[in-house]
Design a protein around this ligand. Structure first.
Ligand code: S3P
Length: 459
């Protein structure tokens, strides 16, 4: 077995973000994409499997774990908090948990690299246990708002010292005598919902999150399979998720299916590249994650879900995708939570569609790994696409990308992958200024794409 600290991945934050070390990549027009592929395991489920395993009793075995920097950082953090975390082969990890309330103060800073999910969920997990932990991250994560999590967690009795503007680095002092909280989410965020529910795990009594707009529900589903006392009811159109604290969790065997947010890149690549016909196997199709597939199908995409089945408590299917003529559509704001990470790649698909695509309800894109609305719009514009935008909307005028531009990726993996996909069908190649952050979520992306027939190479 390998120890996590010796694991081969670097943490992103230890990577200096200077231009000299950047790894620019270019992508040029490719022949048809053909083949059957698998993409790495789902990121949301991978973070949660490590964290819930860390506070369960017994040994959790995870298969298909996403071995990318974001998730590896979560594994290291769980180890630093007292769990035993080992890898025994590709994607197969073992976590020996410490039980609810069993986490202890780490000896060094917890470094979450580039990952908002990692740090925000871990803050919830630690909040109701009397430990002290300093959380840090890379330059991108250190710009992102943490007040959305520290505010509800403070209601449990947790104390925080944060950098200016409720940002990282921050020191968390877990509550000695946590009190249960009822919290209505002010933003549609599964990370905030999950942080509050996880703080409820070691809090006596019932903690309730009221969710007016549904967001991804992996926390609820996976906590249920770990044996948590959790219930979900609907009242006046809102979901009420109640968790009764101080119930031990039982170790589980978890199979992590492929990440639909990673599958989105080869999927759009095949749709825009003439003659393509690919199958992406074993993709998780939780209904809170399928907004992109629905939108692309409305645009005329030929995506067929084959071999539908259940795995790891989730719907799973193989996605059969063929090159398609797309047309512009309006994407309503209610759909945003179910495709929140997919707007950059949808914008690329839209630039090859006939007509205009309008996307609404995008305010949360402003606080992702980068200001994604701004980064997407400038990436489209430098490649010759006409766009219009407002505070929370974007319009993309399709017709095909001339290309030829260099896209600034702002330490954002999804911006890098999206514009590499754009280059597969643009007249002149596209370039991204730095591809290093792709490793935070999709190790092997370029090799996998080139294996299908793409032409991505160092610039
Ligand atoms: C995630 C929730 C989303 C998403 C992120 C993963 C999760 O963030 O953007 O990539 O695993 O809970 P928000 O909940 O902040 O929208």
């Amino acid at each position: 077995m390998y120890e996590v600290p010796q694991f081969q991945f670097r943490t992103v934050s230890s990577m200096p973000h200077d231009a000299e070390k950047a790894a620019p990549l270019l992508s040029r027009k490719a022949g048809p994409l053909k083949g059957r592929i698998r993409v790495p395991g789902d990121k949301s489920m991978s973070h949660r499997a490590l964290m819930f395993g860390a506070v369960a009793r017994g040994e959790t075995v995870i298969e298909g774990l996403l071995e990318a920097e974001d998730v590896v950082n979560t594994g290291k953090a769980m180890k630093a908090l007292g769990a035993t975390v080992d890898r025994d082969g590709s994607g197969r990890w073992h976590v020996k948990g410490v039980g609810i309330g069993g986490l202890s103060s780490p000896r060094a800073d917890l470094d979450f690299g580039n990952s908002g999910t990692g740090v925000r969920l871990a803050m919830g997990l630690m909040a109701s246990t009397p430990l002290v932990a300093r959380c840090v991250g890379d330059a991108s994560l250190s710009r992102r708002p943490m007040g959305r999590v520290t505010r509800p967690l403070a209601q449990f009795g947790t104390r925080f010292e944060t950098a200016e503007g409720d940002r990282l680095p921050l020191t968390l002092h877990g509550a000695k005598n946590p009190v249960p909280v009822t919290y209505t989410l002010p933003v549609a965020s599964a990370q905030v919902k999950s942080a509050v529910l996880l703080a409820g795990l070691n809090t006596p009594g019932v903690t309730t999150v009221i969710e007016p707009v549904p967001t991804r529900d992996h926390t609820e589903r996976m906590l249920t399979s770990f044996g948590a006392s959790i219930s979900v009811t609907e009242k006046d159109g809102a979901r009420h998720i109640a968790i009764e604290g101080r119930h031990e969790l039982k170790a589980q065997h978890i199979d992590v299916p492929g990440d639909p947010s990673s599958a989105a890149f080869p999927m759009v690549a095949a749709l825009i590249t003439e003659g393509s016909d690919i199958v992406i196997e074993n993709i998780m199709l939780n209904p809170t994650r399928t907004g992109l597939i629905q939108t692309l199908q409305e645009m005329g995409a030929d995506i067929v879900l084959e071999n539908r089945r259940q795995a790891g408590g989730e719907d799973v299917a193989d996605l059969h995708v063929r090159h398609s003529r797309l047309k512009g559509v309006r994407v309503p704001q209610e759909r945003a939570p179910s495709m929140i990470d997919e707007y950059p790649i949808l914008a690329v698909a839209a630039s090859y569609a006939e007509g205009t695509t309008r996307m609404e309800g995008l305010e949360e894109l402003r606080v992702k790994e980068s200001d994604r609305l701004a980064a997407v719009e400038s990436g489209l514009q430098v490649n010759g696409i006409i766009t219009h935008s407002g505070r929370d909307w974007l319009e993309v005028h399709g017709g095909g990308a001339p290309g030829g531009g260099t896209v600034v990726t702002h330490m954002d993996h999804r911006i890098a992958m999206s514009f590499l996909v754009m280059g597969l069908a643009s007249r002149i190649h596209t370039t991204v200024d730095d591809s290093r952050f792709i490793a935070t979520s999709f190790p092997g992306f370029t090799e996998l794409m080139n294996g299908l027939g793409a032409r991505m190479q160092p610039a």
